[in-house]
Design a binder for this molecule. Structure first.
Ligand code: HEC
Length: 113
């Protein structure tokens, strides 16, 4: 990794908690591809896009039971006290209502060599 210059790593989503993590249109397209793959039980492969000296790498971030404490359904996995704190810190939060094994977002990694 030390030889990799100008790398940026982002964690983005279609349903942001922090608006700074909103996916762009290209990232949204890949999120939808990953959703379809997972919904149909297919093996999920990272996506690699190379253009000249630029390489982009996309990897899904999938929910498990632990995530639902903060991203699950209010009043169920997501306790009222937790939700209140989230709403206070992230008034625009959209990142609740998830179940296990759903695409919560993606890692969007950009290398310029
Ligand atoms: C203790 C609470 C908590 C748990 C548990 C948790 N998250 Fe989050 N998650 C947050 C908060 C708070 C943010 C907003 C972070 C920020 O400001 O960038 C966030 C943001 C995210 C984001 C970035 C996109 C966005 O909405 O801002 C992803 C992706 C994400 N979480 C996935 C997961 C996954 C997958 C798990 C389980 C493996 C998980 N989280 C577990 C609280 C939690």
């Amino acid at each position: 990794m030390a030889t990799v210059h100008n790398a940026t790593i982002k964690r983005v989503t279609d349903k942001p908690r922090n608006p700074k993590n909103t996916a762009n249109s290209q990232e949204l397209e890949f999120i939808n591809q990953f959703k379809t793959q997972i919904a149909t039980g297919r093996e999920v492969e990272p996506i690699l896009v190379k253009k000249g000296n630029n390489t982009k790498f996309y990897l899904p971030i999938v929910t498990n039971a632990m995530c639902l404490q903060c991203h699950g359904s209010p009043g169920k996995e997501l306790e009222t006290i937790t939700l209140a704190k989230i709403k206070q810190l992230y008034p625009l939060d959209m990142a609740t209502g998830y179940s296990e094994n759903e695409v919560r977002g993606i890692w969007s990694i950009n290398f310029n060599n």
